[in-house]
Design a protein around this ligand. Sequence first.
Ligand SMILES: CC(C)(COP(=O)(O)OP(=O)(O)OC[C@H]1O[C@@H](n2cnc3c(N)ncnc32)[C@H](O)[C@@H]1OP(=O)(O)O)[C@@H](O)C(=O)NCCC(=O)NCCS
Length: 167
Amino acid sequence: MINLRPVTISDVKDILRIHYAAVHGLATSTFYSQNVLESWSPSPTNERRLKQFHQAIQDNTEIIMVAESTETGIIMGFGSVVPSQQELRAVYVDPTFARRGVGTKIITSLEELAVHHGAHKLHLDASLNAESFYCRHGYSIVERAIHRLNSGIDMECIKMSKELHLH
Ligand SMILES: CC(C)(COP(=O)(O)OP(=O)(O)OC[C@H]1O[C@@H](n2cnc3c(N)ncnc32)[C@H](O)[C@@H]1OP(=O)(O)O)[C@@H](O)C(=O)NCCC(=O)NCCS
């Protein structure tokens, strides 16, 4: 079973490991050059990355949730949403647990949280490899675009959005 809970500072290393494994294992060079993959997800031991994630957790503007196994406590994936900007910012799943519904659990929880915090809609810059996943979850393509990474390197993306309905 999968349990969703808010991130804590002690999860940072796991999150960075999963981010790296997901980008390099699931996004892969079929979609992006090695240069883009390295820039999107540098080494998980990179000091700047550690600081960046610590900061994101402490800032509290972004809601970050982790998905963990109820049996083992192992973190299988994470995601984040910024309700004030109606932005779905991240969904990353450890390749070991890919295609087992972990991403679905994460996105469902983030949408519920977004609605709870007053968002009526979510938009995101989807990576090319994740298009099917977001389509499957009711997101529509707005346009193909370029996403500028923190490093200044550009990566192709697909702008997508979804109207959220209250249940
Ligand atoms: C996209 C991602 C989060 C999906 O996580 P996941 O746990 O494997 O997704 P789920 O098991 O919940 O998949 C649900 C459905 O989405 C679709 N889907 C998910 N991954 C897919 C893929 N690689 N190719 C095609 N369809 C896919 C399928 O319809 C799937 O249902 P199915 O397995 O019954 O066919 C994961 O592949 C990932 O971390 N990718 C790398 C990081 C990334 O690009 N994140 C998005 C940044 S915008």
